[in-house]
Design a protein around this ligand. Sequence first.
Ligand code: ZN
Length: 199
Amino acid sequence: MPGSPLLADLIEALRCLPGVGGKSAQRMAFHLLERERTRGLKLAGVLREAMERIGNCTRCRNFSEEPVCALCANASRDRQVLCVVESPTDLAAIEQATGYRGQYFVLLGRLSPLDGLGPEELGLAQLSARLGEGEIEEMIIATNPTVEGEATAHYLAQLARAGGVKPTRLAHGVPLGGELEYVDRGTLAHAFGSRQALE
Ligand SMILES: [Zn+2]
């Protein structure tokens, strides 16, 4: 960046955001400098504070500023059901889309030996300990329906059974509003295999 090494640093730093390449980073940097200096400073402050203060809940591993997050601390939530997800984004999606009122456990990844993600990184000892507390009766396995997500689900189901907890898995199905002829074969085969009796 001619003229300003600091501007070049800013553009380079913005590229850490997902989906932001050189061009977008440059546009963001110019936009902030040309029109949004006050809000840019606010962004810098909040960003620093969030990076320094947001950690992970000691019970569910979701993002939290407190040792135990608001969701885990909420006494009105069902303590017999635990939903295991790969990421905080998945937790947020389930909270927004469903009426689920149970507990969560966030793996912060999925079993992927090639990426160095094993049971230890996913906090599975911590999960086992939680199952061992004896309160949980059902573990809803909500890992993604990818190859690694399925392998993780398989492992989690064994962990649940070993802890005397009933494992359940999110259903794979035909998307709402979809048409069978356009659904991929794997999804259709799964949906067909896990059909349910009509009430
Ligand atoms: Zn929590």
